[in-house]
Design a protein around this ligand. Structure first.
Ligand SMILES: Nc1ncnc2c1ncn2[C@@H]1O[C@H](COP(=O)(O)OP(=O)(O)OP(=O)(O)O)[C@@H](O)[C@H]1O
Length: 777
């Protein structure tokens, strides 16, 4: 149904599009000049500049624009369009002119007249709403009728969808996503089964679908509602890190979600619906658990690749004596003597197809990685200098980590090239990964650092791309926070004990007198005592309460900056965004301290924040097309106004290490200030100076692994400010949020089946010795 043009209390500007000032086809973003015909707003000028996301606009056409006025500091009043619609002439003459215009091939004036006289002045909406409307027009050829309806639909389709979705408070951006999936069917689907949106459209919430369904009078026990409820509950559980939900838990959560005083629901209805979804392969029910298929297959796929890699035997014919000599030479070269655990780790890694190396900070993980690479090079007579390889892809050592900063750290500590896992696999956004089981990685040894941060999806994609004969070393610290995404791959692998593992316990950095390392290990080993909080050369503890946190941090920060320390080297980490000691407040205060407003510095306002040239910012999502990833930290280096660049849109330029990334306004929300970042976001990074507030106001979040992760981010200095009790309680609180994962089961099933195959094969061989083929003839 078409919304009545220009009707309702919604503000509009009706006008002719005079010309396009700027157009970005890829973004569907345009800035246009409008000659105003009519408006129900108080705007009294004859013309206005309008901007927004449009599918197609034609100069000379008349449109209704719905949106809001905006005051641009340089260009004055502009209209920010949130939805729009072509004005279809409502007079007979206007309509005839419209239908016989160039827009509609094959329809001349005569035919247009016939259509209007037959269908009346609402001809266009009749054609759009009823496929057969034109069949009653005498003398109109079937092909022409079909062509006209098709063109009209194409032309009106997007606007029609946008305008109708806006009635349900669905904005232009989400409307574009929806239109891409459903095209002109979007509104029909929304009206018949809004819950389908929850399945098909990323980011479309259950509550929105539910409200629309209620408005459209859909029954509260409708299977689609219950099905969407199940999917929504599963999607939510994935955000909490689960790979599946036990069916009972899932049912309880769905009941909670769908609860309604008007109509009761019982478990059997939900169970039945889960079975239906299972039949349709929308979920997978197995062993009393319910999975979203992508997660079930990720776990199972990962397990199958682990099995594949373990099956391929490794040829290693270096004798222990030879190896001792090689390692001895490396020790001489490195001017150190490997500890027993470290030697064992190098030896085992060289012998293993797949190995896990774990250990807390300063136990020598990087030292061991370097030792493994050098020893491998010596054994196989391979140079470990990338410069000796003409072709980059021939370099035998592939070093990778889940985040940009972790990869950079790995590169700096080993002196070898290291990239993010996404880059290694050639992630290209929607299209997926260039590297996969068909196009695998090249190289001989793969080393993945910070493996505790890798979720089951990424682990599966990575393992798919590992060729059978590659040796793999997974390095991580199991005591850190689990991955942000679903699963706990490192923990599950360690618990399954199917991959050889070496844990390093002896702390080497402590020998250099590091209090940070001492603290970290005391927390890890549950031997923390408050006297460890005494100030030291690399550690201070400042007593303060929640309301003093922002002030204390600002003072500490100021003192450090006054001492000449680079702002980029000081990182505040906190567990939560809200409350008076939260990340948001800390960022505001620190921005004011280190990068205040001045008349010379350009800035842009984004919701409640102001981004200013010189601001430290963090990327919040993966943006592979620009080579920036969730957690990367950069600095705003330029802000351009619309008329200052060839694209004619406002732009903000952020420098990440040596790479500049240009953001347009719609992407500004991918950034946040980074004077203070969440501990979760800091995983995989290290900073010279870490300031860590810990107060009881964070109690919901304070856990041993969170505090351990935060403390181990500090390289040279750590300043904790807050309450001793909150710290004590935090490190005594274990993360009881058990993640539901079944990787261990998948691994044992896979390995069990391969054992059975082996048994079967061996049985056949034995029997075959006694039986001749003729026995079967
Ligand atoms: N066997 C050793 N003898 C002397 N020094 C060592 C030895 N092993 C490691 N170190 C030193 O200890 C420090 C920490 O080692 P390394 O950086 O390898 O640990 P790590 O586990 O990677 O630490 P982090 O996780 O904090 O990065 C380094 O300065 C390193 O040179």
């Amino acid at each position: 149904m078409l919304m009545e043009i220009g009707s309702g209390e919604k503000e509009y500007i009706k006008g002719e599009l005079l010309y396009t000032i700027f157009k970005n086809d890829a973004e569907h973003f345009s800035i246009v000049k409008i000659k105003i015909h009519d408006t129900n707003t108080s705007y009294r000028e004859k013309e206005i500049v309008a901007k927004g996301y449009f599918s197609s606009l034609q100069e000379g056409n008349i449109y209704y624009f719905y949106g809001e006025f905006e005051n641009h500091p340089r260009y004055g009043t502009q209209y920010h369009v949130s939805s729009y619609q072509t004005f279809i002439p409502d007079t007979t003459d206007g309509l005839i002119a419209y239908l016989s215009s160039d827009l509609f091939y094959g329809i001349g004036k005569k035919t247009a007249k016939k259509i209007v006289s037959h269908l009346g002045e609402t001809a266009v909406s009749k054609i759009l709403n009823d496929e057969n409307a034109l069949s009653s027009v005498p003398g109109l050829k079937k092909e022409n009728a079909e062509e006209l309806a098709k063109r009209l639909r194409e032309h009106q389709g997007f606007e029609h969808v946008v305008v109708n979705l806006s009635k349900y408070n669905i904005g232009l951006k989400m409307a574009q996503k929806i239109y891409q999936v459903y095209k002109e069917d979007a509104i029909d689907i929304l009206q018949e089964d809004p819950y389908r949106y929850v399945f098909d459209i990323e980011g479309f919430g259950f509550q929105t679908a539910d409200e629309i369904a209620k408005r459209n009078g859909l029954s509260l026990t409708h299977p689609n509602r219950i099905g969407a409820g199940c999917i929504f509950v599963l999607q939510k559980s994935v955000q909490e890190g689960h790979v599946f939900l036990p069916i009972k838990d899932c049912i309880q959560q769905v009941l909670q979600l769908l609860i309604n005083p008007e109509q009761s629901l019982d478990e059997s209805i939900i169970t039945k619906q889960l079975e239906e979804l299972n039949k349709a392969k929308t979920v997978i029910l197995q062993n009393g658990n319910v999975y979203l298929p992508s997660l079930y297959y990720a776990e199972d796929g990962f397990a199958s690749h682990v099995k594949r890699l373990l099956e391929k035997e490794l040829e290693f014919d270096t004798t222990m004596a030879e190896l001792m000599k090689i390692i001895g030479d490396i020790e001489e070269d490195e001017v150190l003597s490997y500890g027993k655990e470290q030697f064992n780790a190098i030896n085992q890694a060289l012998h293993s197809k797949l190995m896990i190396l774990t250990g807390g900070p300063g136990t020598g993980k990087t030292t061991v990685i370097k030792g493994i690479i050098k020893a491998y090079g010596a054994i196989h007579s391979l140079s470990i200098d990338p410069m000796d390889y003409e072709n980059k892809s021939d370099f035998p050592f592939v070093l990778t980590a889940p985040t940009g900063r972790a990869a950079k750290r790995l590169n700096e500590s080993t002196g070898l090239p290291a990239v993010t896992i996404h880059r290694l696999l050639g992630w290209n956004g929607n299209d997926g990964f260039e590297k996969n089981e068909h196009e695998q990685l090249s190289g001989k040894v793969l080393i993945v650092d910070e493996f505790s941060m890798v979720d089951i999806w990424l682990a599966n994609h990575l393992f798919k791309a590992i060729p059978d004969d590659m040796q793999v070393l997974l390095v991580g610290d199991e005591d850190q926070l689990p991955s942000v995404g679903p699963g706990q791959v490192l923990t599950d692998l360690l618990e399954s004990a199917i991959i050889s593992t070496v844990s390093l316990h002896e702390v080497y950095r402590q020998k250099e007198g590091s209090k940070i390392i001492q603290l970290a290990h005391a927390i890890k080993n549950d031997s923390f005592q408050t006297d460890l909080l005494h100030n030291d050369k690399d550690f201070s503890f400042i007593n303060c309460r929640e309301h003093q946190v922002v002030d204390v941090i600002t003072k500490v920060f100021k003192r450090a900056v006054d001492k000449g320390i680079d702002v980029r080297d000081i990182q505040v980490l906190a567990p939560m965004y809200r409350n008076q000691a939260g990340i948001t407040m800390i960022n505001k205060a620190l921005q004011q301290l280190v990068n205040p407003k001045t008349s010379k510095k350009r800035e842009v306002k984004v919701n409640d924040s102001i981004f200013r040239i010189g601001d430290k910012v963090i990327q919040l999502v993966n943006q592979p097309e620009d080579g920036v990833f969730n957690g990367d930290i950069g600095e705003v280096v330029a802000i351009f106004e619309e008329d200052e660049n060839v694209d004619h849109v406002e732009q903000m330029v952020v420098l990440f290490d040596e790479k500049e990334v240009v953001y347009v306004r719609k992407d500004y929300t991918n950034l946040m200030h980074a004077y203070c970042v969440s501990i979760h976001k800091s995983q995989g990074s290290e900073f010279p100076i870490v300031i860590l507030p810990i107060v009881s106001a964070y109690h919901r979040m304070l856990r041993k692994n969170l505090i351990y992760t935060a403390i181990t981010r500090g390289k040279q200095s750590l300043i904790i400010c807050g309450e001793t009790n909150a710290l004590l309680r935090g490190i005594q609180t274990l993360d009881t949020n058990k993640r539901y994962t079944s990787l261990k089961e998948h691994l044992s099933e896979r390995l069990e089946s391969s054992r059975k195959d082996d048994d079967l094969n061996s049985t056949v061989t034995i029997e075959a010795e006694d039986i001749s083929p003729y026995d079967f003839m």
